[in-house]
Ligand binder design. Structure first.
Ligand code: BEZ
Length: 200
């Protein structure tokens, strides 16, 4: 299994800061298992959320990896913002998150944009295509199917998807990639129920 936690420690010296902004676009939107000073809805530009990262440690296993989100650079001319949640946190929080997100995610600096038009530099976790757990592009059908088949120590992979989609709706944020996978999964689950009902 990969462990990017030591690499993350060496990437930025956070000891000089009293507080740091963190941007969450995946489980960090709804699984807030860390203390924060302030939390505000925000977005970033130039990145798209994708279920292209493998999860061997949380929502899958080494034998049956799940799929979780990472960010890929947006296509040229795509100005769709990626919505999420910004947290003002103390530097110690990153020790916890470096461990929680050690399966290929590295910390990057990012400009976080707030609704009032202001912006702050902060940190974000991204798992790029060079990390060994990167699964990359697949059809909506294949992604939905893999998510429905996978579970790990943190629970069902489908719970991750459904919680993320629901959190985005609460933020009034549209993400076609996430919502298309959700719709496909709901359809697959309905068909499963129908088939098991008719087999009775
Ligand atoms: C996030 O929600 O921002 C996040 C997702 C995966 C790994 C690390 C952070």
């Amino acid at each position: 299994m990969i462990d990017t936690s030591n690499e993350n420690k060496d990437r930025q010296d956070l000891t000089q800061f009293d507080e740091i902004w963190l941007f969450g676009y995946g489980s960090l939107i709804y699984k807030v298992d860390f203390p924060f000073i302030e939390k505000i809805q925000a977005c970033i530009n130039g990145w798209q959320r994708r279920f292209w990262q493998g999860s061997h440690d949380h929502r899958g296993t080494p034998e049956q990896p799940g799929r979780v989100v990472t960010l890929i650079p947006a296509k040229k001319d795509d100005i769709t913002p990626c919505h999420g949640m910004a947290y003002r946190v103390s530097p110690e929080v990153f020790e916890h998150l470096d461990h929680r997100e050690k399966n290929g995610y590295l910390r990057h600096e990012i400009a976080i944009e707030f609704k009032d038009g202001s912006s702050k530099q902060g940190l974000i976790y991204i798992a790029d295509e060079k990390n060994p757990a990167f699964l990359g592009e697949a059809s909506v059908e294949d992604i939905a199917n893999q998510i429905l088949m996978s579970r790990g120590p943190s629970g069902e992979n489908s719970e991750y998807l459904f919680k993320l989609a629901q959190s985005l709706r609460v933020l009034n944020a549209v993400d076609h990639h996430v919502f298309e996978i959700e719709a496909r999964m709901n359809n697959d689950l309905r068909n499963c129920t129908y088939l098991s009902e008719t087999a009775k």
